[in-house]
Design a protein around this ligand. Sequence first.
Ligand SMILES: [Ca+2]
Ligand SMILES: [Ca+2]
Ligand SMILES: [Ca+2]
Length: 338
Amino acid sequence: MKLKFRILSAIILTVLVFTSLSYTSGVVEGQTPTSEVLLFEGWNFIGLPLVPEDPSIDIVLSEIIDNVEAVWTFDGYLKTWSSYSPRAPSDLTEMVEDKGYWIKMKTNVILTIYGCESESETLLLSYISYLEYRLETIMDINIKQYYTWEYLDVTWNWDITPIPISLYVDYYERSRPIYWSSWVDMAKDPDDDYYITKMIQQINSDSIKAGFTEIEKVNFVISFVQSLPYTVDSVTTPWDEYPRYPIETLFDRGGDCEDTSILVAALLDRLGYDVCLIFLEDDNHAATGISIEGGYGTYYIHEGVEYFYLETTGEGWQIGEKPSSLISTSAYIYPLNP
Ligand SMILES: [Ca+2]
Ligand SMILES: [Ca+2]
Ligand SMILES: [Ca+2]
């Protein structure tokens, strides 16, 4: 009973002290990690923050042994207490992590523990480094896309130069512009030049083989982009309006009007044409425009240049064909190279 009373009063005392207990850890490469436990005069309840190098209690407490009066611990499984007193016969011989100890001090001291991280911490750290490794591997993956569509009664099959996931993620993480005029910067973004150039080589070689005229080449490009599925921003992204960079539209295999218009503008710009982005406010619709010799159909004049309308959504629209469902009578024109 006397022991129980002592322990009980110690609990009350040390719960107060415990709230001000603090642990600090330090790890220097090549050295045994250490961790400090603050001990106050009287009873303290502690757990070891590291797995001690040598769990022998004389070793764990060796640096502060002159200030230790007693250590007690309770074995929840055996329902027994064991205790330690310096230089006296003791049944408590070891201190291990994952266990609580009552320790009575003659004065305030700092106990330094020499050891290693506990197993659960080591497991967590190794899991984190495993995930980091996985992420690096995933980022290195290149995705090859295959496209099939019809143009002038021919089935065209393209496999485009594989796009690394890291490039896609780089674009995906960019903030989206709020002004329509900024779509020009998206169409002209330099980070995709390598991939856009590869597509241009494909377009040029197919056009030469097929003997396309300049106008047919432009229609060829828009027929490819028109073949990508139309996807609604608010369905495919968390946003109502979400302009995509050209790589994103290729990678996502589709988009809505401003996405496909930005892609068409990027391709035709790289092919050397004078192009613009067109925004029809009353229809909330975007399109691309091209200044080209022999162009026909609907066009907009901007600073003396005739930009022929290119519809980039739906299928079968050719240069100068503006869907009659569109009601806008004026348009915002944003040349890529003003
Ligand atoms: Ca570019
Ligand atoms: Ca949109
Ligand atoms: Ca969009």
